[in-house]
Design a protein around this ligand. Sequence first.
Ligand code: E4P
Length: 220
Amino acid sequence: MKIFLDTANIEHIRHGVGLGVITGVTTNPSLVSREGKVDYRKLVQDICSVVPGPVSTEVLGQDVQTMVSEAREIAKWAENIVVKIPASLEGVEATSVLAREGIQVNFTLCFTLNQAVLGAQAGAAFISPFVGRLDDVGEDGMEVVADIVEYLDYYQLRTQVIAASIRHPQHCLMAARAGAHIATVPYQVLLQMIRHPLTDIGIERFRDDWTKVMTREGLV
Ligand code: E4P
């Protein structure tokens, strides 16, 4: 499973890419607005220049024509741009038009297998089921991820599943078990994924034992 960062913060993205484990980024209007007053296009282009893989950015229009023309414009911003289109009826049509033009679509705000089926049939390159938001309303977000993965595998479709709206490290391991191709994680969750107290204790113990022996042998 690949790991994308779910943020528009360029410093966090630089750090994640520097670790060598972040191969893509997803943004949305809420994440971009957290970066304060920014030049949207420049911010996205800066992100694209740092990230070695797909960078998803969302259209704001809601009707087919507006979504399609926004997406065509956004697609010119960088080679690795993916346009996020919401899983509405208008979004299905916009996705079909854009996919036929070779523009990569991330079919976002997906909450059911039925929505994912339509997104995949429309030609979306990625589908993003929102796990945390489903869990928030008492549904099982990861079950939706597993259902979509199974459907895509069964029909040998090339669309990839991005487990999105990830809230904690447990979501990441569940996404991997469910066979998600990608998990897009907030920066804090990326940092939490590596942490374990036994690793810290182990590192400290090895260092102490080594220092003891070196001291005893008079080598320090
Ligand atoms: C994914 O593409 C979305 O940007 C994101 O995962 C939404 O997460 P949230 O539900 O925590 O806002």
